[in-house]
Write a protein that binds this ligand. Structure first.
Ligand code: PEP
Ligand code: MG
Length: 543
């Protein structure tokens, strides 16, 4: 048995085989090509090879499984032969000068959407076939790089580190836990693990090597320990601990429906942070009072192309409806730095964390921002939606955003859309600049939510992704706590509320400090809502 002591990012016990995440080298990125004819030829020969391969599969299926099973391959062959498919890819390569991989994936995506929207069940099913043939052509374009990552059985996912876009590809139902040889506690991978409520350990080091693929392992998230190839006694001890953890969850469940109030009567809102609609289910299950941070950029990261207004509207509307009148604070697009979506074609930067990200992208590419705002305003007719703007540093930005919002409202009125005119617009305080001018900002927005993950990074000059700096990263640094206090005073003087939605909100050793400062809301991962409620209810500020 190998025991690795490391750092936990979410508690709980996971027992299962290790499955090493293989970087999907075949992930489709958008490249501008100079020689479009050569690219068109690459596509033609990949397509011809795919047709040939399908022909062989057809023969094999016919011999081994009969005509019915083989018919599927005939359909695939017909689709690849279809002149519409062929010509759409070729013209995209020629007109948009894109690489063949990107053109194939875009054409297949559009076609599969057409099929999915058809009424006929048979035609609907063809959507999956289109994606299948697209995968096959991708494979022919890059046979050496094609390594799709799949999980056949529930496993502990191991890697050096995972980018948010990699984490979202995983089949969540099969993830028992995460163990990273690198990683850092405020990285988005760690945030994802917490929001999924999955035991996770980071910084396990080089002993976590790929030779261990398939080996039984146990993660003890409460102590940050990884047991690899555990002995029988350890398995039994950990199974007992797992049962006790489940009992603790059952005990916390008795707090559902109870108010978040201290012994001496001070109330505070406890909301949940989510990434998508499955997070809304988790928030409701854990009795969150609302959604304090909906990280909308994950809609963009899970998509192959810019999500349309309709696609976004459907998500926001469902979130608002499901929360049934409770606040749903949706943060506008916070892409950039470690959160990437290839189709944005963002420039390579020396310092991405200090670069073109979040609101800066929205203000330089207002058409993307407006699409999201239209979807948000339309969804506001179906529940209690608020809009939250990330990475704000100046009054000028708010002025520009207000102007764009007014344009969006006029457009919506023009098409007679129904929406709430008075959607609250708040900002995230994530930079020292925003805290220092928080008295001025408080006069022009409806609420503050402090993003302590980025605020810590920018205040202490410590890259939140860089594990080697963890020894310097004091999340309780007095500068951060003073800034939280400054922002709360500024908010209250202007008559608005102030919350925290960074990971610090769930740090139970600071709950009393936050209550004394007068913070109005704490937004935490769904799994932390009830432990935080328990903590609040045990505090007596007058004692
Ligand atoms: C933060 O910076 O604290 C925050 C909540 O935003 P994110 O972690 O998504 O950058
Ligand atoms: Mg942030």
């Amino acid at each position: 048995m190998l025991i690795i002591k490391s750092e936990s990012v979410f508690s709980g016990i996971a027992i299962g085989p290790l499955r090493f995440f293989k970087k999907d080298l075949a992930a489709v990125s958008h490249i501008t090509v100079s020689n479009t004819e050569e690219e068109a030829r690459r596509f033609e020969s990949a397509r011809a090879l795919a047709i040939e391969q399908i022909g062989e599969l057809y023969k094999k299926a016919l011999n081994e499984a009969g005509e019915k099973a083989a018919a599927l391959f005939e359909v695939h062959q017909m689709m690849l032969d279809d002149p519409d498919f062929y010509e759409s890819v070729i013209s995209m390569i020629r007109e948009k000068r894109t690489n063949a991989e990107y053109a194939v994936s875009m054409v297949a995506k559009n076609l599969s959407e057409v099929f999915s929207s058809m009424d006929d069940d048979y035609m609907k099913e063809r959507a999956a076939d289109i994606l299948d043939i697209s995968q096959r052509v991708q494979k022919m374009l890059n046979p050496e790089r094609y390594q799709p990552f799949t999980m056949t059985v529930p496993s502990i996912v191991a890697a050096d580190d995972l980018a948010p876009s990699e984490t979202v590809q995983l089949d969540r139902k099969k993830i028992l836990g995460f163990v990273m040889s690198k990683g850092s506690s405020n990285s988005h991978m760690s945030i994802l693990a917490r929001s999924m409520g999955i035991p996770a350990i980071i910084g396990a080091g080089d002993e976590l090597s790929e030779d261990l693929e398939g080996t039984l392992a146990i993660l003890d998230g409460s102590t940050g320990t990884v047991y690899i190839d555990p002995d029988v006694v350890t398995i039994e001890v950990m199974q007992r601990k797992q049962r006790a953890a489940r009992q603790n969850i059952e005990r916390l469940e008795t707090l559902k429906g109870q108010p978040n109030v201290t012994v001496d009567g001070q109330k505070i809102d406890v909301f949940a942070n989510v990434l998508d609609l499955s997070g809304i289910d988790a928030a409701l299950k854990n009795d969150a009072g609302g959604i304090g941070l909906f990280r909308s950029e994950f809609i963009y990261m899970e998509s192959q192309d810019y999500p349309t207004e309709e696609e976004q509207f459907a998500v926001y509307k469902q979130a608002a409806e499901q929360m049934g009148g409770r606040k749903v604070i949706i943060r506008t697009l916070d892409i950039g730095a470690d959160k990437q979506a290839p189709y944005f074609d963002l420039p390579q930067e020396e310092n991405p964390a200090l670069g073109l990200r979040a609101i800066r992208i929205c203000l330089t590419r207002p058409e993307i921002f407006k699409t999201q705002l239209r979807a948000l305003y339309r969804a506001s007719a179906f529940g209690n939606i608020s809009i939250m703007l990330p990475m704000i540093i100046s009054l000028k930005e708010i002025k520009e955003i207000r102007h764009i919002v007014e344009e969006v409202k006029i457009e919506l009125k023009h098409v007679k859309a129904i929406f709430n005119e008075d959607v609250e617009i708040g900002i995230m305080l994530e930079t020292p600049a925003s805290i220092i001018i928080s008295d001025e900002l408080a006069k022009v927005v409806d609420f503050f939510s402090i993003g302590t993950n980025d605020l810590t990074q920018y205040t202490l000059a410590i890259d939140r992704q860089n594990r080697q700096l963890e020894q310097f990263c004091d999340t309780h640094h007095p500068a951060i706590l003073k800034m939280i206090e400054m922002a709360t005073i500024a908010a209250h003087n202007a008559g608005i509320w102030c919350g925290i939605c960074g990971e610090l909100a769930g740090d139970l050793s600071l709950t009393e400090t936050f209550l004394r400062i007068g913070i109005d809301e704490l937004s935490v991962s769904a799994g932390m809502v009830l432990p935080l409620r328990e903590k609040i209810r045990s505090i007596d500020l007058k004692a």
